[in-house]
Design a protein around this ligand. Structure first.
Ligand SMILES: Cc1cc2nc3c(=O)[nH]c(=O)nc-3n(C[C@H](O)[C@H](O)[C@H](O)COP(=O)(O)O)c2cc1C
Ligand SMILES: [Fe+2]
Ligand SMILES: [Fe+2]
Length: 400
């Protein structure tokens, strides 16, 4: 794919990744892919903004060379040091031998630690401008979105904000790189929320701070380092990120994520009754089998919905392990202010609930309701489960 012009002299020269299975060695992207958006700004001087992971390097250099000879690059701007944007830094720096690396003060030692580069590395300050002769760039420090050194770069003439990971999403670019009418927005917005819940959610306070800091800046294009470039409706992705960041305080929408797991079908059968009760209230429900669904796909639902129903049996005196693992991940990812209802089957003396109580002390989620039953559910149990679901649905709806 050739370079794509965003505005005269400003081009996308990124890399589409369809072969990495796990983003950050953790989050599945084998079906969705991801893009590492890199940009070139050409005026009297030439700057490249963010690079790519160390894949398809030949392709990257070919694309770059279409716009400017790599040896003529004057500045390499690093908004963020994570190797999905800097993996090819060492090589590009060899080729662009006179280029100066510009980054935040916190990134300077990281450039050395990750790549052994110390010469012609300069820290830029918040609000500092770089005159390229005909085009001007301005830097804004946005720490901890999502690393300590993160910053954003703004092109003042076309009002393009190169926001790096902020406003990004999973999903390789399927040809078109812009938020044009024919784009599959359902896919990108779903993948943007999954990316937010997986990567950014723990830093929601800092994300809101960055959005607040940039609120007076006239922005006509949001050009993140992953996913679509928003030129038709940049406020759409800014507002989505703002809404998602605010879920850290509110706990999310009045809706419910049902997480269940079952070895022999007893808890599974009850799950159907509970969900029946829940949906009878009209509340929106997402359902996940915790044993069979990677946490990456559950986190976005959990992040966006205030209610959680957990239905898993006792296993060796404790919670069914996939549920314990997922709750641990949810805690690590800063999922807060949730209301939970628990149900599950046990064989002799139970124990799932006891471990859950301990986990909830750490998570600080509110346990609204709970019931368990021995072995297979009776008709009475099913009726109880349906009422349990209905009551919990109403608690979440009443809490709006
Ligand atoms: C490996 C394993 C460990 C279990 N550990 C316990 C236990 O420590 N305490 C208990 O009361 N039941 C225990 N059980 C029994 C299950 O909780 C019980 O069979 C329950 O009905 C399973 O629900 P399910 O059909 O939804 O998987 C265990 C079952 C298995 C297979
Ligand atoms: Fe990152
Ligand atoms: Fe990234």
């Amino acid at each position: 794919m050739p370079a794509v012009t965003i505005k005269p002299g400003i081009h996308w020269i990124g890399v589409n990744d369809h072969t990495t299975d796990l983003f950050e060695g953790l989050w599945p992207i084998s079906r969705e892919g991801v893009s590492y958006n890199s940009y070139i700004v050409k005026a009297e001087k030439t700057a490249i903004i963010d690079l790519a992971k160390s894949i398809k390097v030949d392709e990257y250099i070919d694309r770059l060379n279409e716009i400017a000879k790599v040896s003529d690059i004057d500045y390499i701007i690093l908004n963020h040091m994570e190797p999905d944007h800097t993996g090819i830094l060492k090589l590009i720096r060899e080729l662009a031998s006179r280029a100066e690396i510009l980054c935040s003060a916190k990134a300077v030692p990281m450039v050395e630690n990750f790549y052994g580069i110390t010469d012609r590395v300069r820290a830029v300050e918040n609000g500092e401008e770089l005159d390229l002769g005909g085009k001007k760039l301005k830097f804004f420090m946005t720490p901890f979105v999502h690393w300590p050194e993160t910053m954003m770069t703004y092109e003042t003439g076309s009002q393009i904000l190169f926001s790096c990971d902020a406003f990004g999403s999973y999903g390789a670019l399927g040809g078109g790189i812009f938020d044009d009418k024919n784009v599959d927005f359902d896919f990108y917005e779903k993948e943007a929320l999954r990316y937010y819940a997986n990567i950014v959610a723990s830093f929601s306070t800092q994300t809101l701070r960055a959005i607040e800091k940039l609120k007076e800046l006239p922005v006509s294009v949001i050009a993140p380092s992953h996913g679509l470039i928003w030129r038709n409706n940049p406020t759409r992705i800014i507002n989505l990120y703002k809404q998602w960041a605010e879920y850290a305080k509110t706990g999310g929408k009045p809706a419910v994520t049902v997480l269940y797991g079952s070895m022999y079908g007893n808890t599974g059968a009850m799950m159907d009754a509970v969900t029946q009760g829940l949906t009878s209230t009209g509340i929106s429900v997402d359902l996940f089998d915790v044993s069979r669904t990677h946490g990456s796909y559950i986190l976005p639902s959990l992040w966006a919905k205030q209610g959680v129903v957990l239905g898993v049996p006792t296993y060796e005196g404790r919670l069914f392990p996939p549920a314990a693992h997922f709750l641990d991940l949810a805690g690590r990812k800063g999922m807060k202010n949730k209301k939970l209802a628990y149900f599950g089957s046990y064989g002799w003396s139970g124990g799932a609930r006891r471990e859950l109580d301990k986990i909830l002390e750490t998570l600080k989620w509110e346990l609204v309701d709970s019931f368990d039953f021995a072995g297979g559910p009776t008709m009475e149990d099913f009726k109880k489960g349906e009422v349990f679901g209905k009551n919990f649905g109403n608690v979440i709806l009443d809490n709006q």
